[in-house]
Design a protein around this ligand. Structure first.
Ligand SMILES: Cc1cc2nc3c(=O)[nH]c(=O)nc-3n(C[C@H](O)[C@H](O)[C@H](O)COP(=O)(O)OP(=O)(O)OC[C@H]3O[C@@H](n4cnc5c(N)ncnc54)[C@H](O)[C@@H]3O)c2cc1C
Length: 430
C-alpha cells in the first residue's frame, strides 16, 4: 500500500447515477454542417492538416484558436477511423511493455518524462468540456490495474514507485482492502493498482466537437477530399493534389493515423509507423456494477461500464486485415478471448450478453512512443501520431500547434518524439 491515504472510493461515495467529472451539462451532439465540409477547397493555406481523426481535428482547433490559417482535409468523413472506433479509455498507469529495459538509466528517465506527459494529457481532458463547451461524456472514475499472479503483483509494486516519482498518484491494494474497495473483482486476484485520475470519455463526441469549434474559429474543414499526391515546391511550400482539387500550402501536417506512411511516401519519406486492427466489444446494459476503468497488468483487458450502463470490453485483441487499405474484420477467437479475460476478472459479467463487436485500425511505432514534430529532411513537413492517441492525442496536437504557431520559440515537444528519429526514405518496394 502506498504511504498516501487512499482517496474516496467513487463506487461508494458517489452512489447516485454515474460518477462524473463533467463540467458541462450533457447537450445534444453538435456537428459541423455539411455545407462547411462540402464547400470548395481553399486555393491556398498556411497549414494543411491531412486526416480528420481526433488528432487532426484537435490540431486544427488549436491552430485556428492561435490565429493560424489552417485547412483540414479528410478523405472520408470525420472521426470514422481509430478515433471513432476506440475504447475511450484514459490510460495513465504504466503498461507492462514500458517496464522492460528499466535497468538502463536513460530509459527510466524517459519513462518519467512520459508519465508526466500523460498526467498533463489527463489535465487537458479534465478541462476539455469547458474549453469546447459541450459534453464529451467525461468520467474520471479512477482505474484499477489487476494482478493475477505473485510476479504480476511484484510488477504493480515496482511500477507504483516509478509513478510516485513522476507525480502520478497510484495505490497498490491487496487482500481485504481490495475486496472492500472493489467487491466486483474476482476474489482470488492478487492485487490491483488504483489510479484516481484514470477514466473514460465518449470517442464519438470529441473529434466532431473539436472540428465544430475549429470551424467556428476560422478553420476550413473539408471531407471526401483524399490527398493523392504532394509536390514539394522548389521555393518551399507544397502543392497538394486531392480528390476535390488542388491546394497550395506553406506547411503540411501528416495526421493520417494508420495511414501515416502512405502520406509520408507522397514526399519520399518513411516513418517507423505500422498499422494493425484491434477489437472492441459492447454488451447489453445492466444495473450499475462497475465504476472504475479495469485493466490487467499481464493480459489484454480494458473494461468499463458506459453512461448507458453497457460494458465496453477491449484491450488490444487482434482483428484480421482485409483489402489493401486498412479494413479489418472481427475474429471470433479474439472476441471469445477478450470476454474470457473480462469474466475471469469480473465474474458477474458471466451472464451478460454481448451485443456488438467491431474493429478499428491502430497506428503504432515499434517503441510505442508518439511521432510528433518537424521533419529535419523536408522543411515545412510535420507529423502528429500517437499510439495511445485517445489519451494523449489532444495534448500532442496542442503541443504541435504551439510549435507551428510560434516557430521561433523552443518547442515543448520531447526530442525523442521527433518523426525523423528513425525515418528513412520510402522503401523502393514497400
Ligand atoms: C480498437 C481501438 C481501441 C483503442 N482504444 C484506445 C483507448 O482506449 N485509449 C487510447 O488512448 N487510445 C486507444 N486507441 C488508439 C486511438 O484510437 C488512436 O491512437 C487515435 O484515435 C489516433 O487518432 P488519429 O487522429 O491519429 O488517427 P485516426 O482516427 O485513424 O484518423 C486518421 C484519419 O486520416 C484519414 N486519412 C488517411 N489517409 C488520408 C489521405 N490520404 N487523405 C486524407 N485523409 C486521410 C483517415 O481517413 C482517418 O480519418 C484505440 C485504437 C483502436 C483502433
Amino acid at each position: 500500500m502506498a504511504s498516501s491515504p487512499l482517496p474516496p472510493n467513487p463506487a461508494i461515495d458517489m452512489p447516485t447515477g454515474h460518477p462524473d467529472s463533467s463540467h458541462v451539462a450533457p447537450t445534444a451532439p453538435a456537428w459541423l454542417a455539411l455545407t462547411e465540409t462540402s464547400a470548395a477547397l481553399p486555393t491556398d493555406t498556411d497549414v494543411l492538416v491531412i486526416g480528420g481523426g481526433l488528432i487532426g481535428c484537435a490540431l486544427t482547433y488549436y491552430l485556428a484558436r492561435a490565429g493560424v490559417e489552417v485547412t483540414l482535409l479528410e478523405r472520408g468523413e470525420l472521426n470514422r477511423a481509430a478515433s471513432g472506433t476506440n475504447a475511450g479509455s484514459f490510460h495513465l498507469q504504466i503498461a507492462i511493455h514500458q517496464l522492460t529495459g528499466l535497468e538502463v538509466d536513460s530509459l527510466a528517465d524517459r519513462l518519467l518524462t512520459e508519465i508526466r506527459l500523460y498526467v498533463e494529457g489527463a489535465r487537458l481532458w479534465e478541462e476539455l468540456e469547458t474549453e469546447l463547451q459541450g459534453s464529451l461524456e467525461m468520467h474520471t472514475t479512477g482505474g484499477l490495474m489487476v494482478a493475477e499472479t505473485d510476479a504480476e503483483l511484484a510488477l504493480l509494486h515496482a511500477k507504483q514507485r516509478i509513478e510516485a516519482d513522476a507525480g502520478l498518484e497510484t495505490h497498490v491494494l491487496e487482500g481485504a482492502e481490495l475486496r472492500s474497495f472493489a467487491p466486483f473483482l474476482a476474489d482470488d486476484l492478487k492485487g490491483a493498482t488504483y489510479c484516481p485520475a484514470e477514466g473514460h470519455a465518449n470517442p464519438l463526441l470529441a473529434a466532431p466537437l473539436y472540428a465544430l469549434r475549429a470551424s467556428q474559429a476560422g478553420a476550413a474543414i473539408r471531407t471526401n477530399a483524399a490527398v493523392h499526391s504532394i509536390d514539394i515546391g522548389t521555393q518551399g511550400g507544397f502543392t497538394v493534389h486531392t480528390a476535390r482539387g488542388r491546394v497550395r500550402a506553406a506547411r503540411i501536417v501528416n495526421a493520417a493515423g494508420g495511414w501515416t506512411n502512405e502520406v509520408a511516401a507522397m514526399i519520399g519519406q518513411h516513418h517507423p509507423v505500422r498499422r494493425d486492427g484491434l477489437h472492441v466489444n459492447v454488451t447489453e446494459p445492466r444495473e450499475r456494477l462497475l465504476t472504475p476503468l479495469v485493466q490487467h497488468i499481464g493480459r489484454r483487458l480494458t473494461l468499463k461500464q458506459a453512461s448507458n450502463n453497457t460494458f465496453i470490453i477491449g484491450g488490444g485483441w487482434p482483428s484480421r486485415a482485409h483489402g489493401a487499405d486498412g479494413g479489418y474484420r472481427t475474429v471470433w477467437e479474439s472476441t471469445a478471448g477478450n470476454v474470457g479475460v473480462a469474466v475471469r476478472v469480473v465474474p458477474a459479467l458471466a451472464d451478460v450478453r454481448l451485443l456488438r463487436t467491431w474493429s478499428g485500425a491502430l497506428a503504432f511505432t515499434d517503441d510505442l512512443e508518439p511521432l510528433v514534430g518537424a521533419s529535419r529532411r523536408v522543411p515545412g513537413y510535420f507529423t502528429c501520431m500517437a499510439t495511445t492517441g485517445f489519451t494523449l492525442g489532444p495534448l500532442m496536437a496542442r503541443m504541435l500547434a504551439e510549435t507551428l504557431a510560434h516557430p521561433a520559440a523552443r518547442s515543448p515537444l520531447p526530442d525523442h518524439f521527433a518523426p525523423d528519429r528513425t525515418a528513412s526514405a520510402a522503401p523502393a518496394h514497400p
